[in-house]
Write a new protein. Structure first.
Length: 264
């Protein structure tokens, strides 16, 4: 997931980048390239919000020799490949969810604290152009819920010079997660906000589009747009009806710089 405020970005980098480096054999003498993207993005301030907040957009990719940079969807969580069996890969994943303040939902509902989401992913390359991916993560602190995301991407690329991806998304969350953001306990109910139980299950369906363009060997752009529609219990929640929106939109653009011994 590249939807991170800067302090969450630093946590992710500290945890995952050393692990990713150790997972790769960088001692074979092949030229290595690194592509770093940094820019702004607009994302919902919390799940179900109708307000967009400005946050940094960050991405980093590595490649060796003449290999292309591996495809990564713009909305997938941070992680790295730990096991590869043919076209099937597995690895750990890390997601981060920011705090929802009580003042953002009328001041009568409790805060939902900052959450670290730890889990794993599995992905399968159906062909050169189609990739399937599943993620499952458990929240630690904050919402304390369980999240799973199913995605598929159709990828068109011209080497590292240009890449376009588009694909559907399906998000499912458990009762703990949905109660944190969409439920209302009887003791927190107020006029216009009746008690409401969110039972867990389907949360949203949507689509993500990513675009990368290299203008010179060093410089390029990285961009994405994403749309999700809240469904089932989250869509019917009084919290969403009063303070949020069923339509969840995000997007951003970043400048990329590629460096390393293989860049000409």
């Amino acid at each position: 997931m590249h939807l991170l405020p800067i302090r969450y970005l630093l946590i992710s980098a500290a945890i995952l980048l050393p692990a990713q480096a150790s997972a790769q054999d960088l001692s074979d003498g092949e030229p290595r390239r690194v592509r770093v993207a940094l820019g702004p993005q607009l994302v919902p301030s919390y799940p179900g919000s109708d307000d967009l907040v400005l946050r940094p957009l960050f991405d980093i990719a590595r490649a060796r020799g003449n290999a292309e940079f591996a495809f990564e969807a713009p909305d997938e969580s941070f992680g790295f490949t730990l096991v590869r069996t043919g076209n099937l890969t597995f690895g750990p994943s890390l997601g981060l969810e920011g705090k929802r303040k009580s003042s953002e939902v009328g001041g009568t509902l409790p805060d939902v604290g900052f959450t670290v989401e730890v889990g794993a992913f599995a992905q399968y390359a159906v062909s050169e152009n189609i990739r399937l991916r599943a993620e499952a993560r458990q929240g630690l602190g904050g919402h304390d819920g369980f999240i799973s995301v199913l995605s598929a991407d159709y990828v068109l690329r011209d080497g590292d010079r240009q890449l376009l991806s588009v694909g559907p998304r399906l998000k499912l969350t458990d009762i703990t997660y949905q109660d944190s953001y969409f439920g209302i306990r009887p003791e927190d109910a107020s006029p216009g906000l009746p008690a409401y139980d969110a039972d867990g299950g389907l949360q949203s369906a949507g689509v993500a589009v990513g675009y990368i363009r290299q203008f010179t060997p060093g410089w390029g752009i990285y961009s994405y747009v994403k749309y999700d529609r809240l469904l089932a219990d989250p869509a019917d929640s009084p919290v969403v009806q009063q303070f949020g929106s069923r339509d969840q939109i995000a997007g951003g653009a970043a400048l990329t710089y590629t460096f390393g011994s293989g860049v000409r």
